[in-house]
Design a protein around this ligand. Structure first.
Ligand SMILES: [Zn+2]
Ligand SMILES: [Zn+2]
Length: 755
């Protein structure tokens, strides 16, 4: 006989772990108890030594689908010979952040069946959930995770729900947010002025009719409000765009079924699995050429962001053939709205009706966005379904806060072996987003009980995240932007040896006070060396050149032909704004023309030369147009030069010269766009293989926002692999600035010892 005390850490609360332990103990005839405590799950188990050993093996082998075990600590304790096995109340004193709540999980197959079954007591119940699915992070006020610590505390369970909750053999055993029509929250349909038009399960049919008739609906969902309209009605979609002030950035849609989706998009088995998995993000798919949706949903784009119903309410609202636009409930640049009073106040301008419920959302979470690349998920926006999943660090981290970047901001709190990257915050230049940022930092500090002893921030002094860091009275570490991009991928893959990192993005401040963005670094966790970069170009008007890509096109034309462009035969010149000669003077005088080695701006320049865009309505639009134009067209590598000095410089001016000639000869634009992509890829790979020969390093990291360009990413990955190099990219952490905070965490923790 033997009695053991166990502490299990990881994602073990709110995922059906205690019921699992209870059933396992019963099966092996073991006695003792289990309870949640702040560090994780605590167990005492007693019985024959072989059964106890089987018990521990089975914990790892049979754990619930959503559980992730970081560690199991065991020690022998004296026998107690008490009968039975019990689930004890949670231990409340919070001392450790080891057990955060699970992410919010999409409705499971069984709950879906329950709400569709006329004989089930949860038939058409919009809040059905169980230990395998339902809200978690967005309803949790404090830890440990228990019903009383969630926004479900105000809904006392009815007798039937209590019986299920207490029955270890039931799927809803200790499912904290469990509810039914008798005791759970309710949906209500409100008109424009907040007057109730109906309540209960009938409102979904009523709302669907309104949508089909062209109305715009504000739907209170899982992590915030969503704006909904019929994706087949161009009038509704255009009305939504006008009211939301969103010009042509693609909108995501939700499909009532996979079959309905297949009429819109090409769908692989892996993409279908990502779409319907526990996180159920928006997945970017290739549009069918004959996609029947309203043109205004995703104008120009060969892709469509799609999702499947992930809450019971979505399942009740959409019939199998329906396709609804479903986009964040906000004014274009503000954070997602999740509080009812704010929704009724601020979304009135946009929505005709409100479909609301009375379960408070404690903290918001936007829909996440991902795509499949080379068989792996590639997360571009990480929120619902992913946060607050921890990134495990083999080396213990000091309690610290990494403040992230500026646009697409996220921050990261860490302690022990875990780093918690926040949900998508947004662009901190927007005041309400900045307020959301500071409030989110306080919220997560409190929830995870992490009091930072150290703060990491970007090198850029003007980022609002840097200014926030400077206001905190803590030791600070400034981290170079592109080093952080590379380190984010190193952290995700637990790489602890130096790597060659290609960090391609828009702009980030370099350690020489210029704006970097086409960088080849030899990087480790605590240091980096800039081995090479793209040639410097002036950025006329600074940030203005980012939103007006024609300026970068003009920079290239100016380099190639000088100030007089009258002899150059190029349609793009006719499209330049009238004041372009002023910009040429600015370039000549170096006036408000900071230098940049940005790879993102190279794509802008190419798009401008091809006459694709003069102005961007949303970030990265012209670069995306170029990628879409290239499509799968085979290209040819154009000339470029590499200047070797202590730091090598890649210059693409010869490629642009050739592109101008190709345009003048009326060569096909998709071929020119494809050739530009292939040139950037081939030149970058050549640079990386040289660095590899010089250093002996064979691990390559590709990171930064430019690698959202999948053609570039896959071409470079394939070429690098042909050169016997090992390629690492982001997967569950975004490759763009939303991943910076994780990289800052790795770098600052590695430097911490030296402070
Ligand atoms: Zn379920
Ligand atoms: Zn009930």
């Amino acid at each position: 006989m033997q009695r053991l005390h166990l502490i299990i850490t990881g994602t073990v609360q709110g995922v059906g772990f205690r019921p699992f332990i209870f059933r396992l103990a019963g099966r092996l005839s073991l006695t003792g108890w289990v309870r949640n405590q702040p560090a994780g799950v605590e167990i005492e188990i007693e019985g024959r030594a072989t059964a106890v050993a089987d018990f521990i093996a089975a914990i790892h082998r049979e754990k619930p689908v959503l559980a992730q075990i970081s560690n199991v600590r065991t020690r022998a304790i004296p026998l107690q010979r008490t009968p039975g096995f019990t689930i004890r109340p949670s231990l409340m004193s919070v001392v450790s952040p080891a057990a955060p709540p699970a992410p919010d999980i999409a409705i499971c197959r069984h709950c879906r069946q329950d709400i569709a079954d006329g004989a089930n007591r949860r038939y058409r119940h919009a809040f059905a959930n169980c230990t395998n699915c339902g809200p978690r992070y967005t309803i949790t006020k404090t830890l440990p995770y228990d019903r009383t610590a969630t926004t479900m505390a105000e809904f006392p369970m009815c007798r039937d729900c209590q019986t299920e909750y207490r029955n270890p053999l039931n799927r809803r055993f200790h499912a904290q947010p469990t509810a039914c029509p008798a005791c759970g929250p309710q949906y209500r349909l409100l008109d424009h002025n907040g007057q109730a038009l109906g309540a209960g399960s009938d409102v979904f049919l009523q709302t669907r009719r309104l949508i089909k008739n062209g109305s715009l609906i504000a739907l209170k969902g899982l992590g915030g409000y969503q704006l909904v309209c019929d994706a087949y009605r161009n009038d509704s979609v255009e009305l939504l765009r006008r009211r939301k002030r969103r010009k042509d950035k693609p909108l995501a849609v939700m499909a009532g079924s996979v079959q309905a989706l297949e009429r819109l998009c090409l769908l692989s088995a892996a993409e279908a699995a990502l779409l319907s998995g526990p996180a159920s993000p928006i997945v970017l798919l290739a549009k069918r050429p004959d996609c029947p949706l309203a043109a205004a949903v995703a104008p120009e784009s060969p892709q469509l962001g799609v999702m499947l119903p992930y809450t019971p309410a979505h399942c009740l609202l959409l019939q199998p053939a329906d396709i609804f636009v479903m986009t964040s409930g906000n004014d274009s640049s503000n954070p997602i709205i999740y509080q009812d009073d704010a929704a009724l106040r601020d979304l009135r301008r946009i929505a005709d009706y409100f479909l609301v419920h009375n379960r408070p959302i404690y903290r918001p979470a936007d829909d996440s966005v991902a795509r499949m690349v080379a068989g792996q998920p590639y997360v571009l926006r990480r929120s619902r379904g992913f946060t607050p999943e921890a990134q495990y660090f083999p080396q213990p981290l000091p309690p610290m806060l990494a403040c992230g970047g500026e646009s697409k901001n996220t921050f990261c709190l860490s302690s022990g072996n875990n780093a918690y990257l926040s949900s998508h915050i947004g662009d901190l230049k927007n005041l309400s987003t900045y307020q959301y940022y500071t409030a989110s930092i306080e919220d997560l500090k409190r929830l995870l009980t992490i009091e930072p002893q150290l703060i990491a921030h970007d090198l850029h002094p003007e980022y609002f995240s840097t200014k926030y860091a400077r206001e905190q009275n803590l030791p600070q570490i400034a981290v170079q932007h592109h080093h952080a991009h590379i380190a984010a991928v190193m952290a995700e893959h637990s790489l602890n040896q130096p790597v060659i990192g290609a960090a391609f993005d828009g702009l980030g401040l370099g350690d020489d006070a210029t704006l970097w963005g086409g960088e080849f670094l030899v990087a480790s966790a605590d240091s980096y060396r800039r081995a090479a970069h793209c040639a410097y170009l002036p950025l006329p008007g600074g940030d203005k050149a980012v939103s007006e890509p024609w300026r970068m096109g003009l920079v290239i034309l100016n380099r190639l032909f000088g100030p007089d462009l009258s002899k150059v035969k190029l349609p793009a010149i006719a499209a330049l704004p009238d004041d372009w000669p002023l910009i040429v003077q600015m370039i000549a005088g170096g006036l408000n023309c900071p230098l940049t080695s940005s790879a993102g701006r190279l794509f802008d320049a190419a798009a401008a030369l091809l006459g694709l865009r003069t102005v961007n309505h949303y970030e990265g639009q012209s670069a995306m147009s170029l990628e879409w134009l290239a499509g799968q067209t085979a290209g040819r590598v154009l000339p470029y030069t590499i200047q070797d000095s202590p730091v090598s410089v890649l210059d693409f001016l010869p490629a642009y010269r050739q592109m101008v000639q190709m345009i003048a000869r009326d060569e096909a634009l998709p071929f020119i766009a494809a050739s530009f992509h292939d040139t950037i890829a081939a030149a970058s790979v050549k640079m990386i293989t040289r660095i590899s020969q010089d250093t002996g390093l064979t691990s390559v990291v590709l990171s930064g926002g430019v690698f959202q360009n999948i053609r570039l990413l896959t071409t470079m990955s394939d070429l690098l692999k042909q050169n016997k190099l090992t390629v690492y990219t982001a997967s569950r952490i975004p490759p763009n600035d939303a991943g910076l905070a994780l990289g800052q965490t790795l770098i600052a923790s590695a430097s911490y010892g030296r402070l």
